[in-house]
Design a protein around this ligand. Structure first.
Ligand SMILES: [Zn+2]
Length: 343
């Protein structure tokens, strides 16, 4: 095991048994937590994009741990009520980004077993198969290769085993997010490998009928996620506004219900800020979630368009889930600053 991976595994255990986690929880544990997932798969083996692929068994383990810990499972609407009228019992809300078919086929059966509400944020391009989902295609390239290289960018990675594939995916994805000018090179490499992003969406994304079926389920809320999964902060204001508005209308047209919750694509500080929060409000959403770390506090009633989330992934264990509930990662990321994560 590499040092970074060992640290990641060991840190939650140390935090729990040293009392550090409990000490930080006094300030950083909020009223509840919003968990973020993407795809839920039967078996996570073989996926380089493992942080986006939670095995269904792992999701069930996490729900079991949280239920035993006394956490109440709530929808986002119920979360808002609990922030206005605190009940004392901690809550968890579960969100699934993008519009994977497995939100219906893999995640929902687990959520049903625990009576846990779920919000599925759907990009129009997933349903219409028009999304430029380069991250899915990149994962497929790495999955089927022993080595991947982007020579013009000076990047080359060994991909000969599962751990190497995960490292390569994380490194290339991060490089693209640092510099989107890398994307044309990535697209050329994908085309050379014969990887067809649209065929992949056909296999992985919700169909219109599956989206309707999900939306009819009493545990499910459908939320907006833009038309093209665009980095909103880099787009002109009119484009950002149109992406949110058009996606909202598209989803409402299919499910026949109001869509009032939103997730910023990519969700980090480089992908959403005060301008995007103002647009989400103007477009008519009641809440918007980021991918920043942190618990949810009643103070978030003044920052409903900047709600943080904690990742729930295949790597989670009871100690790491405890750290997430306690706001430990927020404490470190904010350098012991404000517990209320906002834009
Ligand atoms: Zn997304």
């Amino acid at each position: 095991m590499r040092a970074a991976s060992l640290l990641k595994t060991a840190f939650p255990i140390v935090a729990q048994y040293s009392g550090l986690g409990a000490a930080l929880a006094l300030r950083y544990r909020g009223a509840g937590t919003i968990f973020m997932l993407h795809s839920v798969v039967e078996n996570g083996d073989g996926y380089p994009d493992h942080s986006l692929r939670c095995p269904a068994g792992k999701l069930a383990d996490a729900l079991h741990f949280l239920r035993e810990d006394g956490v109440a499972f709530v929808s986002l609407d119920e979360m808002l009520e609990r922030l206005k009228f605190p009940s004392g019992r901690p809550f968890a809300a579960f969100t699934f980004d993008d519009g994977f078919a497995d939100s219906l086929t893999q995640a929902l059966p687990v959520m049903e077993r625990f009576g846990a509400p779920m919000t599925v944020y759907v990009a129009t391009g997933m349903i219409e198969r028009s999304l430029d989902a380069w991250w899915l295609a990149l994962a497929e390239w790495i999955r089927r290769s022993d080595r991947v290289a982007l020579p013009q960018a000076g990047l080359a990675f060994d991909c000969s085993d599962a751990a190497a594939k995960k490292r390569a995916f994380v490194a290339i994805e991060a490089a693209i997010h640092r510099d989107y000018d890398l994307l044309p090179q990535v697209r050329v490499a994908l085309a050379d490998e014969g990887i067809d992003c649209h065929a992949q969406l056909d296999r992985e994304a919700l169909t219109v009928e599956q989206l309707r079926e999900l939306a009819r389920h009493p545990l499910v809320t459908i939320g907006g996620h833009t038309d093209t999964h665009i980095n909103l902060a880099l787009a002109p204001e009119a484009t950002a506004c149109r992406e949110m508005m058009s996606n909202r209308r598209f989803l409402e047209g299919i499910i026949g219900k109001p869509v009032v919750h939103f997730a910023y694509p990519f969700g980090n500080a480089r992908a959403c800020g005060d301008r995007e929060a103002a647009i989400a409000h103007a477009v008519g959403f009641k809440t918007a979630v980021t991918t920043r770390s942190g618990a949810i506090f009643s103070g978030h009633l003044d920052h409903l368009y900047a709600l943080p989330r904690e990742v729930l992934s295949a790597d989670d264990t009871p100690p790491s889930l405890r750290c997430k509930l306690d706001g430990v990662y927020r404490a470190f990321q904010s350098h012991l600053g404000d517990p209320v994560a906002r834009m």
